[in-house]
Design a protein around this ligand. Structure first.
Ligand SMILES: Nc1ncnc2c1ncn2[C@@H]1O[C@H](COP(=O)(O)OP(=O)(O)OP(=O)(O)O)[C@@H](O)[C@H]1O
Length: 271
């Protein structure tokens, strides 16, 4: 077997509780998870179960309290330099144009400006923003900003792409367009993707594998499903196929109870 792109081994993350500083809260525990080179893996689970925590661990933004992280076989210490990260929130610098934003990472790496500009323009074209390089973030729609963010990540040609609910703020049509575009780009480049989402439909439509997390505290994977739907896929069309519906029913069977538990916990915390 080839070395996985990401290998989380028996990870635990314990935080000082926000509600009671004297208490500790174990968000995730006994999490072992791999993403193969070129594999698209989604993690789904109830709200607050620790999905973003795991992504932060894979990005090297958060050191786990226990366990090891290996990136292409090497123990991760510090930031994961082989990964690009696409957050739920906007990541564009408001004072830079779309082109300036996409160029920024290349410039920080020390690439000569003319070359950085040429590569950034090429990526803006690939994400459908070729004519909008001179727009500032506030002059773009939410969908355009997401495209620019995507170009910002992909221009750096990372071997691993970490995505935390990147499309959750978009309307459904724009979202489906973006999902298809991400799949097309992924299919062409075959990077390892770790994708976090609340949306089971999205997870199944996009992924090679879907991992289901239990409700917290001490969340861990409780189910793993191979998505054997042929590619290329159209995310809207695939949702009407019998295989999709069967997989959806199977995964929802595992996820449903955890979502209810997570919801009850939220209500208790809010009370
Ligand atoms: N830095 C921190 N300090 C204290 N608690 C934290 C910290 N980061 C996360 N937590 C807690 O750990 C748990 C997991 O959080 P996380 O954001 O990873 O969940 P999530 O599954 O991504 O949530 P959502 O689906 O709502 O985005 C939550 O209960 C959260 O309050």
């Amino acid at each position: 077997m080839t070395t996985p792109a990401i290998e989380l081994q028996d990870i635990a993350c314990t935080f000082i509780s926000k509600d009671a500083p004297g208490q500790r809260y174990t968000a995730v525990e006994h999490v072992s998870l791999t993403v193969g080179a070129g594999e698209f893996v989604s993690v789904v689970g109830p709200t607050g179960c620790g999905k973003s925590t795991l992504l932060n661990v894979a990005a090297g933004l958060l050191a786990p309290s226990r366990g090891t992280v290996r990136i292409f076989g090497q123990p991760l210490t510090g930031l994961n330099a082989r990964a690009g990260y696409m957050f739920q929130a906007e990541s564009l610098m408001p004072w830079r144009t779309a082109l300036g934003n996409v160029m920024a990472g290349l410039e920080f790496r020390g690439m000569p400006p003319a070359e950085a500009r040429a590569q950034a323009e090429e990526w803006l074209r690939r994400v459908g923003l070729g004519a909008f390089g001179d727009r500032y973030p506030h002059q773009m729609s939410g969908g355009m900003r997401k495209r620019a963010s995507l170009a910002q990540v992909l221009v750096l040609d990372p071997d691993i792409i970490l995505m935390d609910e990147p499309f959750s703020a978009l309307d459904i049509q724009t979202r489906q367009l973006m999902e298809n575009e991400v799949l097309a780009l992924w299919q062409a480049k075959r990077k390892a993707v770790l994708f976090i989402t609340h949306d089971l439909d999205e997870a199944i439509a996009m992924s090679d594998r879907v991992v289901v997390m239990s409700a917290g505290p001490a969340s861990r994977p409780i189910g793993e499903f191979a998505i054997d739907i042929p590619r290329p896929r159209d995310v809207a069309e695939v949702k009407m196929t019998p295989r999709f519906l069967k997989l959806h029913a199977a995964i929802w069977g595992v996820l449903r109870e955890e979502v209810l538990k997570g919801y009850q916990q939220q209500l208790r915390r809010a009370a």
